[in-house]
Design a protein around this ligand. Structure first.
Ligand code: ATP
Ligand code: MG
Length: 183
């Protein structure tokens, strides 16, 4: 699966609906300080199910919603959608048949949070399941941020094992076993 588009609306500084076209294998995001580069990464992390506001550089989850600027009023909801090319059919389970897969998360100021796969309402864990064992998703290594390299180098063996298991595709089965055992 290859990420092709990131669609944002009302998310942090991206107040108007915007589509970022992720063209090619290597894409660089550049711009002056404060223009919203890190907000794009926050958006990707958020739609993948990030539940810690701190990880998204906020105090509460509602901080991801555009909260106004000198010339614009705050808005009531944030939405982020990632579109993946799945023409190789590599997505897990029932989703493998779709040539394109979109995942979306919406949050309102009232705190209503919803997730969608191909515009169908799903649970947060359906999104997590879709990416388990791919390195994408919470705790994955697909997003390497400042400080993470040194964290990996200095990691304790058990932490390092977590990354290796994700890369080897073992984490998916461990997660399933953990669930079965806790029933
Ligand atoms: P740097 O080069 O310094 O790392 P950057 O391009 O990564 O900068 P970001 O951190 O992505 O910049 O964006 C910061 C901007 O996003 C700030 O101007 C901040 O006001 C704005 N911002 C963050 N959250 C919100 C929000 N909820 N509503 C409106 N604007 C927001
Ligand atoms: Mg930044």
């Amino acid at each position: 699966m290859r990420l092709t588009h990131i669609k944002l609306a009302g998310f942090k500084s991206f107040v108007d609906p915007s589509t970022i076209h992720v063209a090619g294998q290597l894409v660089a995001v550049c711009g002056p300080n404060g223009c919203g580069k890190s907000n794009v990464i926050d958006a990707v992390r958020w739609v993948l199910g990030e539940s810690s506001a701190k990880q998204l550089r906020g105090e509460s989850m509602q901080d991801v919603i555009f909260n106004g600027s000198g010339s614009r009023k705050p808005v009531g909801r944030a939405s982020v959608e990632l579109v993946f090319d799945n023409s190789a059919g590599l997505a897990a389970g029932q989703w493998s048949q779709y040539a394109e897969i979109s995942i979306k998360r919406v949050l309102t100021r009232q705190g209503e949070s919803s997730y969608y796969i191909n515009q169908l309402p799903v649970r947060r864990r359906d999104i997590t399941d879709l990416f388990l064992g791919t390195g994408v998703g919470k705790g994955g290594y697909a997003i390497i941020e400042q400080g993470m390299i040194s964290r990996i180098i200095e990691a304790r063996p058990e932490e390092l094992r977590h990354f290796l298991e994700e890369a080897a595709g073992v984490s998916k089965y461990k997660e399933r076993r953990r669930e079965t055992e806790s029933r």
